[in-house]
Ligand binder design. Structure first.
Ligand code: GLN
Length: 472
């Protein structure tokens, strides 16, 4: 029996190399766990039929001792908006039912080269729009810590799979919090890398100026291993960059945006947990100072103009001709209308309409143009603060995981769940959510997370501080 609960990439790698068990044994252990828990949690939309064949190939590589990497034989769950050649991929939308990817995302190609194994594709909010996976066309994913609650979103399938040991590591995507918020709700580590440091090629576009792929793992060390494996400039994504390497200092200065923390709707348990985290970093020998980021107050409003604008443009490709679902009408326009009305869920339609509106002539300057200006202000605010501090610390979410159905009828309330994560995507800087304890609600222990935000390319600082916090 392989003990999955405490298993990390580092430990599994050591075991695979020493021959304690094979990649096939490891894959079988995860398949058995998926069999046991997935019908209840709805994390996987599809478990691939060739998992054991992939594992056999990894075993040969391990046996030959050639080209073995830390990821050889390591089983991944992949969010359903990341392309794997020859496999179905749907962004949890009806409009892409039955669609098969024609190429590998660059991140996937890198993982394949490293010898990773793909267990299957996991659930999400449709086209990554949402914070609970309630917008999936294939049903909600449940939180393994309390199945009456959401796992968070949009990478809800990825984090639930992680938290219930249905994979050893998962890939997610983050446009406004979709890796960090669910990671906090499920008690795992979620990294949103610097914008552009991981190629977007083969990630289905939501908000192209905000999107980034990142790892969801049990430990910070594992997060670092996966990040190192997938980063890098890529000729297939012109916004990708070779991230500047910022070496972490021993004693760090942490900035606490006190004004921002006064926002309404932050749970008392979250405030208390956050203060404990601040005290913990202080005890570790770091310096704590207050910082002010006045433009953050406008971040959510800015995001909900810019993101839908990009969504409306990105989703225009789903027209019933090029991809997936096709509904025939009397005219070409009719084809479009029928296909899109039937294929997209309510939230996707809401954002397409909103985005088209803010981009329409007569409103462009008033909404899109102004939002771009505020975004510059937010970036400038972060740049100013990062000249003084190494890390900005916030809670990841204003509340622990909420009940299924609690916010689904009120989009505005749902959007507020991203208050701490959205500004980071607007600024393009990296952030990591790490578990910071639990709060007991209705007799269940619900995880909470804190978010460490760094300057451009400062992932090493985030990893180092997070490891100290968690005692890794
Ligand atoms: N929850 C946010 C939204 O609904 C963020 C989504 C994401 O990061 N993909 O837009």
């Amino acid at each position: 029996m392989i003990e999955l609960v405490k298993l990390t990439i580092e430990k599994a790698h050591a075991d695979l190399v020493s021959g304690a068990y094979s990649a096939v044994d490891l894959a079988k252990a995860y398949l058995a766990q998926i069999e046991k828990r997935n019908s209840e949690l709805n994390a996987y939309l599809e478990v691939f039929s060739d998992v054991l064949e992939q594992a056999r190939v990894a075993d040969e590589r391990l046996k030959s001792k050639k080209n073995v990497t830390k990821l050889t034989g390591i089983p991944f769950a992949i969010k359903d908006n990341i392309l794997i050649e020859g496999r179905r991929v749907s962004s949890a939308s009806k409009i892409l039912e039955g669609y098969v990817a024609t190429y590998d995302a660059t991140a996937i190609k890198k993982l394949k080269d490293a010898g990773a194994i793909f267990l299957g594709r996991v659930n999400m909010d449709e086209f990554a729009m949402g914070g609970s996976t309630e917008n999936s066309a294939y049903g909600v994913t449940k939180n393994p810590h309390d199945t009456t609650r959401v796992a968070g979103g949009s990478s809800g399938g990825s984090v639930a799979a992680m938290a219930a040991d249905l994979c050893l590591v998962a890939l997610g995507s983050d446009t406004g919090g979709s890796i960090r918020q669910p990671a906090a709700f499920c008690g795992v580590v979620g990294l949103k890398p610097t914008y552009g440091s991981v190629s977007r090629s083969g990630l289905m576009a939501m908000g192209s100026s905000l999107d980034v792929i990142g790892p969801i793992t049990k430990t910070v060390a594992d997060s670092e291993i996966v990040y190192q494996a997938i980063l890098g400039k890529d000729s297939l994504d012109s916004t990708s960059i070779d991230s500047p390497v910022v070496v972490s200092k021993k004693v760090l200065t942490f900035g606490i945006p006190r004004d921002f923390l006064k926002s309404d709707g932050i749970d008392a348990s979250v405030r208390e947990n956050f203060e404990q985290a601040v005290a913990h970093f202080k005890k570790l020998g770091h310096k704590i100072v207050d910082v002010s980021l006045p433009s953050l107050e406008y971040a959510l409003a800015t995001y909900y103009v810019l993101m839908p604008a990009e969504v409306s443009s990105n989703l225009s490709r789903f027209d019933g001709v090029k991809y997936g679902l096709r509904k025939e009408g009397a005219t070409l326009l009719d084809d479009y209308l029928k296909t899109r009305a039937e294929g997209f869920g309510a939230e996707a339609r809401r954002r397409i309409i909103l985005g088209t509106y803010v981009l329409s002539s007569g409103y462009y300057d008033a909404y899109y143009g102004r939002a771009c200006q505020v975004r510059n202000q937010i970036r400038a605010d972060f740049a100013r603060v990062f000249a003084e501090v190494d890390v900005i610390l916030t809670p990841t979410t204003p509340t622990p995981a909420f009940k299924i159905g609690e916010k689904s009828s009120n989009p505005l309330e749902m959007y507020l769940a991203d208050i701490f994560t959205v500004p980071i995507n607007l600024a393009g800087v990296p952030a990591i959510s790490i578990p910071s304890g639990t709060v007991t609600v209705d007799g269940k222990k619900l995880p909470l997370g804190v978010q460490l935000i760094g300057g451009h390319g400062a992932e090493a600082t985030l990893f180092s501080a997070s490891k100290q916090f968690l005692g890794e």
